[in-house]
Design a protein around this ligand. Sequence first.
Ligand code: RB5
Length: 150
Amino acid sequence: MKIAIGCDHGGINLKPVLIDFLEKKGIEYKDFGTFDKSSVDYNEFALAVGTAVANGEYDKGILICGTGIGMSIVANKIKGVRCGHCHDVFSAKMTRLHNDANVLALGERVVGPGLFLEIVDAFISTEFSGDERHARRVEKIKQLENKNFK
Ligand code: RB5
């Protein structure tokens, strides 16, 4: 599995925690920035990570900002991205099982490092259920994208 990761200044402290976790698990990743605490716009990092996932270069994306909200809003405007904004383990698991989410957005100002890693672990280790009703709903999302995006 290859994972694209990104953050803004609001998520800069949790990103090393994520990198350490991925490295210990032997998971390949690319860090799309930001790389320091200077104030930046979350938009460009959500766009870079979301695009890398949508074009198939990476299997999943993980985005961290202060709340996860800005990142998730931007990511979900990219065709092919289904971004789950999750601050609990149950939601992270369900967004994989039911929504086949390919990007996870979280907020560093919302969760501590322990819960953060449990959420990430649930997201990356849970497969899409593939159940007919969930597959149908994901397919409807794709149809809506095809209708609304160029
Ligand atoms: C930055 O201050 C903050 O607005 C950003 O990290 C994020 O929380 C936006 O949704």
